[in-house]
Ligand binder design. Structure first.
Ligand code: SF4
Length: 227
């Protein structure tokens, strides 16, 4: 039987974060995530209060066909946590069609499939496994308190081996001067590999403008709604 992947949403937009920021991108958001961040901005993929009544299952062939129709520069697989699914067939098809395929993952699960770009966004409560850390082309640390960066550096100094480490304010904290200053201070203190990051697509509401995108369901930095 042919593989089908549980898909929460898929839409044509541009990449709002990281080194590939601003490139046209077809996004595939898989369903399911055991990481359960209290500030998740994709709660519809896993939170019992927000999951849809039914989840579409789509074959890798159909997903690639849908993406190719839009002629994107890249295809980005995100979630949820995409690495809980076997994405080998999807990546093989993309390679055959010469469509670069990227993944955004917490790194807590082995990545199945060969990706052209790996963005790893580690979480302290579900730490990344070594093999995924080695595959990361860039790290994205979500800064949700003024101590977040220091906590990462003291508990995981090996992250400094990554070529690029983005420091993103958690979206509900994007105007918090303590958080923003902690990012600035880190960049001024260390320089590379740190970079200040931002979720530019949210300012443009660009994802929401594609009919394939579902309304945003952010938990909104409320720990009582997380786990
Ligand atoms: S932010 Fe990402 S890793 Fe965290 S719960 Fe949401 S989908 Fe999972």
């Amino acid at each position: 039987m042919k593989q089908k992947l549980p898909i929460y949403e898929h839409f044509f937009t541009w990449q709002g974060e990281g080194i590939h920021q601003g490139r046209s991108a077809y996004f595939i958001r898989t369903f399911g995530c055991p990481v359960q961040c209290p500030w998740c901005d994709s709660a519809g993929t896993w939170h019992p209060n927000y999951i849809p009544n039914s989840i579409e299952k789509i074959s890798p062939e159909v997903l690639v066909e849908l993406a190719l129709k839009k002629k994107p520069s890249i295809l980005v697989v995100t979630g949820g946590e995409p690495a809980i699914h076997d994405l080998s067939e999807l990546t093989e098809l993309c390679h055959k069609k010469r469509l670069p395929i990227h993944i955004e993952t917490s790194g807590a699960f082995p990545i199945r499939g060969t990706f052209d770009w790996v963005t790893l966004s580690p979480k302290v409560w579900k730490r990344p496994i070594k093999e995924s850390m080695h595959l990361a082309d860039e790290l994205k640390i979500i800064v949700d308190s003024e101590n977040s960066i220091e906590d990462w550096l003291s508990s995981n100094p090996e992250i400094l081996q990554c070529k690029t480490i983005w420091l993103h304010p958690e979206w509900t904290q994007r105007n918090n001067p303590l958080i923003l200053d902690s990012i600035t201070d880190t960049i001024k203190q260390y320089g590379d590999p740190f970079r200040a990051g931002y979720q530019l697509h949210k300012l443009f509401s660009v994802d929401q403008k594609d009919p394939g995108s579902k309304p945003n369901i952010p938990i909104g930095g409320n720990p009582s709604l997380g786990y």
